[in-house]
Unconditional design. Structure first.
Length: 557
């Protein structure tokens, strides 16, 4: 309490404005707020501004001091709790302004200079304070966040003339001719299915604002379409800004063009970016593109209301490529909705939608019936390895469950107990007579071994495979076959599982068993033994990490 009184006494002595900078009772935050208010008042059109009565004596002293430095007039009035500081503008300051307006000099700029100035004001727009003479009745207390806002130049079109574009085209051609690895890459690019669609894609995009490209995986759409557009625009000697939503491919496309990332091709992710306004192709994430679009959509009406029009970020972009739109993440749907809203006001913008499994007709209707380009897929050579083939190639000798010795030990099974036989007999009877399959499936899943899968009923000789085949249980039949169930077992009447299927008119199951038996005949005896040993040593319901590790080491892909 005593400290407060002392501060007020000192403040009273400094109320005339002397020594305000040395006052220890005024925080830096208060000084900044006072300075900001005075600057807004000085730049505005109000003649008087009165501070609140809550200012302390030291704070009023700071106001007096700052007013003297800024050419303003300050005066305190009232007493005690009602004492306030009022600030006035000096009348002498208005006359020079009128005289300067009478002597305005008009300058004429060339078209090139106008383009440079337009680009400058686009990237660094004037703030509210600079636009104040053109916008009367401005609220002096309005926040000037826009004054500090600057456009991200990552989405700005490169400032390149026709000569510079021609030079870049010549450099690209020179690199492709001189470097052997680039020539090889160019040859591989020509083999991609999408290569023959280059002219169709570029001409369709020229004549339509939205184009859908539906191409199967491997056709080359993700890596080639951005380059098609860049080469096409450079061929017309026009600068462009192509935004693509696949940032992981920036390095790949740069290497195909013989450049470093950040030259003609750049990328921008949340905490990292390479390239910028000088890059003609810019890769970014869906989130970053959505953030830019939201800012453009929100501020569009504000920019249209200003006397001096300011270009938004989208006006600098020539093409936007949205790839993999079928994934439907939390950004893609909002992004497409905003883009559809912005397209009418940005006729220069071209939107290209791409996907491997695209519901083309649905998206075409959403964008007003835009054209669809369908690109066929590329069939890569695929070699199939079955489990027995893998086991034959590996022939493990390490101390794990793939060891042939360990598998030989595992195949030496103990015979079924009387209790287990009774349970299996009952479950087979239930499955066949009442369609209660769960007890039998539980017994099979509890112990996946040949003695369970190939168990035959003590009275009828029926096996689980015969029962499932006769009932048409396709999934269960396939499961037992994968477990190594024997298709050649016969019941008391001499019928096999295949005979059971035909007898019950289960032709689908019969075809599966017949195909499996034909495949079994083609397998070598060694492969079959390895497969049986392996299946007795692992649980088919679990992932075999040991087998996966050995496959990777053998480079079997």
């Amino acid at each position: 309490m005593e400290k407060q009184k002392m501060g007020r006494r000192h403040g009273k002595k400094k109320d005339n404005g002397k020594g305000a900078a040395a006052s220890p009772n005024v925080t830096e935050t208060s000084r900044i707020q006072i300075s900001k208010r005075l600057e807004e008042f000085r730049d505005g059109y109000d003649e008087v501004y009165t501070f609140e009565s809550t200012l302390t004596n030291p704070e009023r002293a700071v106001v007096h001091e700052m007013c003297r430095k800024m050419g303003l007039v300050s005066k305190s009035s009232g007493c005690k709790k009602t004492r306030r500081v009022s600030v006035y503008k000096s009348k002498k300051k208005k006359e020079p302004i009128i005289r300067r307006k009478e002597d305005v000099t008009f300058l004429t700029f060339s078209e090139a200079t106008k383009n440079v100035l337009c680009d400058l004001f686009t990237r660094y727009p004037p703030g509210d304070g600079e636009l104040a003479p053109e916008t009367p009745h401005r609220n002096p207390n309005a926040k000037t966040a826009k004054h500090q806002e600057k456009h991200d130049n990552s989405f700005c079109k490169p400032l390149m003339g026709k000569d510079e574009i021609a030079r870049k085209v010549d450099l690209l051609a020179s690199r492709l001719n001189e470097a052997a690895h680039l020539r090889k890459i160019a040859e591989e690019r020509l083999k991609l299915p999408i290569a023959s669609f280059k002219d169709a894609i570029t001409s369709t995009i020229d004549s339509h604002q939205v184009v859908l490209i539906s191409g199967e995986t491997g056709c080359g759409k993700t890596t080639q379409v951005p380059q098609f557009l860049l080469d096409h625009m450079w061929g017309k000697r026009e600068a462009c800004k192509i935004i693509c939503t696949q940032p992981r491919l920036a390095e790949r496309i740069s290497s195909e063009r013989g450049e470093n990332v950040g030259d003609s091709v750049g990328y921008k992710i949340r905490l990292e970016s390479k390239g910028g306004k000088n890059s003609s192709i810019m890769f970014c994430t869906n989130g970053i593109l959505l953030r830019m679009l939201i800012g453009t959509s929100t501020n569009q009406s504000k920019m249209e209301a200003t006397l001096a029009p300011i270009k938004d970020a989208v006006s600098e972009i020539s093409h936007i490529i949205v790839d993999e739109i079928h994934e439907r993440d939390r950004f893609a749907d909002f992004m497409l909705a905003i883009l559809r809203e912005l397209l009418p006001s940005h006729p220069q913008l071209r939107l290209i939608l791409m996907s491997a499994t695209l519901d083309a007709e649905r998206f075409s209707q959403y964008f007003g019936g835009c054209p669809i380009i369908r690109v066929p897929g590329f069939t890569y050579p695929v070699k199939t390895f079955y489990l027995e083939d893998v086991l034959s190639i590996l022939k493990s000798t390490q101390d794990n469950h793939l060891n042939p010795i360990a598998m030989s030990d595992a195949i030496e099974e103990t015979p079924l107990s009387d209790e287990s036989r009774i349970a299996l007999d009952e479950s087979i009877d239930l499955a066949w007579s009442t369609d209660e399959f769960d007890p039998l499936l539980e017994l099979i899943s509890a112990e996946v071994t040949p003695k369970i899968c190939n168990y035959q009923h003590s009275s009828t000789g029926a096996s689980p495979l015969m029962v499932f085949a006769g009932k048409g249980r396709v999934d269960d039949v396939c499961m037992l076959l994968s477990y190594g169930a024997d298709c050649n077992l016969r019941d008391k009447d001499g019928s096999t599982a295949l005979d059971w299927a035909y007898r019950e008119n289960q032709h689908g199951v019969a075809d599966i068993i017949k195909k499996h038996m034909e495949d079994d005949l083609s397998k070598s005896e060694e492969q079959q033994q390895l497969l049986e040993k392996y299946l007795t040593s692992v649980n088919p319901e679990q992932i075999d990490s040991v087998l996966i590790e050995k496959i990777v080491k053998e480079n079997m892909y």
